[in-house]
Design a protein around this ligand. Structure first.
Ligand SMILES: [Zn+2]
Length: 368
């Protein structure tokens, strides 16, 4: 009788556990990310027990290296390789050769990376691409996007945003040399050198979670400070916005250093672009400037290097123009300073995400 109970107990456990056993392997996200970490004519890689794979007409592998220095001239890729016993050797390779480097503590130009490096040449430059498992890539992204000392729920929200953004990029980069850049053009990424335990915890505790709208992975955007209302995607890029990117009111980013700002511009610089002394402002539904004397708000923002298009006052003086405004960034999607405050007020990362992106859900990744 005892035995029967025992087996019943195990079969119960298995019936609960099995769905998870099937779900978890896909949660593990055995997806690698290809991140462009360097573009230039020279590189220097160091590490412990590096393996160098040279892929050209006759592929070869060289093991136990400590340093690999590469230079590209018009025809050749010149490599100086140093082994663990400090012996140096020079190799002259066709510039179309693809190099792959694996090992531990791989460091490129002083930054340490997880995963491996692939080096290819394109248009007379070498591209160094870090190939790294998705979750490990996120360890180096989250602390570069938000301060590591922010509330854990805010860090978790950023981790889910970054994961979703990354998967979207992987989906759209098929056939290209890399998925993302390591700068503001994509997401700032500083490899293992940029990691903190608090942000790594946030990545681990949200492992495999992404943002869905219905059955599709959501297009996510984030910015520093909205200034009171987030912006519609359509206002910034002119593309039709999904319902969760139409902008929401935000009362949470008042503590941001960018909550309010003021810029002084030389009158001559102002006059060069704004030719009329009468100012006509057109505001959009979020309160931002859509047009100033017929010029789009985004053009005005870049011309005068303003933190945002959320202009609340313009004072034209004899020699200068004072512009007052709110917020920092394009304003679309999640307001990061608002996210920080919401976390401090007790909202969970899922509540924060669905506040700024109404109608989305945070769910386990279900594959492309
Ligand atoms: Zn805000």
């Amino acid at each position: 009788m005892k035995r029967r109970y025992k087996s019943l107990f195990y079969s119960l456990i298995m019936s609960f556990a099995l769905p998870f056993l099937f779900v978890f392997p896909s949660l593990a996200l055995d997806v690698s990310v290809r991140v462009l970490v360097y573009r230039g004519k020279e590189f220097s890689v160091s590490g412990k027990f590096l393996s160098l794979y040279i892929r050209n007409s006759e592929s070869q592998e060289i093991k136990s290296l400590s340093r690999i220095i590469g230079k590209l001239d018009t025809v050749n890729l010149v490599l100086d390789i140093v082994d663990n016993a400090q012996n140096t050797k020079r190799l002259e390779l066709d510039s179309r050769t693809v190099l792959e480097i694996t090992g531990s503590d791989i460091s490129l130009n002083g930054i340490t990376y997880r995963g491996g490096l692939r080096i290819i040449s394109r248009n007379n430059s070498m591209l160094v691409i870090n190939i790294v498992p998705l979750e490990e890539y996120l360890y180096g992204v989250v602390p570069s996007e938000v301060p590591f000392y922010w509330h854990q729920e805010a860090l978790k929200a950023q981790a889910v945003l970054a994961r979703t953004y990354t998967i979207k990029n992987i989906m759209s980069s098929v056939g290209r040399d890399y998925d993302l850049e390591s700068t503001e053009n994509s997401q700032v990424y500083r490899g293992k050198s940029g990691e903190y335990s608090s942000t790594t915890d946030a990545v681990n505790s949200t492992k495999g979670e992404v943002i869905y709208y219905g059955n599709s992975i959501a297009s996510v955007y984030f910015h520093s400070t909205c200034g009171g209302h987030t912006e519609s995607l359509k206002e910034v890029w002119g593309i039709e916005a999904p319902p969760y990117l139409n902008g929401v009111e935000c009362q949470y980013c008042k503590e941001s250093p960018w909550s309010e700002w003021e810029r002084k511009i030389k009158r001559e610089d102002w006059d060069r672009i704004i030719k009329d002394s009468n100012i006509e402002l057109e505001l959009n539904s979020s309160g931002r400037v859509s047009k100033l004397n017929g010029i789009s708000g985004t053009k005005i923002r870049s011309a005068f290097n303003l933190p945002s298009t959320f202009i609340v006052g313009i004072e034209v003086r004899e020699t200068e123009v004072i512009i007052k405004g709110k917020g920092y960034g394009h304003g679309v999607g999640v307001c990061q300073w608002g996210m920080k405050r919401m976390a401090e007020l007790g909202f969970s990362y899922k509540e924060i995400i669905s506040y700024y992106l109404p109608g989305v859900t945070v769910d386990a990744y279900r594959g492309f």
